[in-house]
Design a protein. Structure first.
Length: 166
């Protein structure tokens, strides 16, 4: 089951709060043994906000530059969801060629870029992004003990297991 796989993966990452999506992607790259390159691009609107390209040397995630940092994080994590779910894409699009001039279509094995959540793949990718964002919010909430008092720290250690919800 995808949810279980994602939760197990999150447990194995050494990511400290607050969540930095580039740091998360770097940790994921180390575990997978494959680089994830993030590239902010002013993508045309209307159109996709992000896309994932599997190239021979790396997984390239292109995301909308013209939006808020929180939205950019969600877009990137959605594309990470496609990677983790091993989704297949429709092929190189004209928008990709416009956004990344000089990228040869023959150098790209897989591209995912969609504009709606109508497919099972899109729902799965969105689920992965949501799980990661929820995980990050738990990490942020329980990252430091609330007091120097040893009894409070013991309670925090018992109840504040930041991976326990996984």
């Amino acid at each position: 089951m995808l949810e279980q796989r994602i939760r197990l993966l999150l447990r194995s990452l050494d990511v400290q709060p607050p969540l930095s999506v580039p740091s998360f992607c770097a940790a994921l790259s180390r575990i997978r043994g494959r680089h994830i390159e993030l590239r902010a691009v002013a993508l045309p609107t209307p159109g996709p906000l992000g896309l994932w390209c599997e190239t021979p040397r790396a997984d390239l995630i292109v995301f909308q530059k013209e939006t808020t940092p929180l939205h950019q994080d969600h877009i990137v994590l959605h594309e990470v969801g496609h990677i983790l779910a091993n989704h297949q894409g429709p092929g190189l699009s004209a928008q990709l060629e416009t956004a990344l001039p000089g990228l040869k279509p023959s150098a790209v094995r897989r591209v995912l870029q969609r504009c709606s959540y109508d497919s099972d793949q899109e729902r799965e990718a969105e689920l992965v992004a949501t799980i990661i964002m929820e995980w990050a919010s738990v990490l942020d909430e329980v990252s430091t003990p609330p007091s120097e008092d040893p009894s409070v720290q013991r309670i925090h250690a018992a109840l504040g297991d930041r991976q326990g919800w996984l």
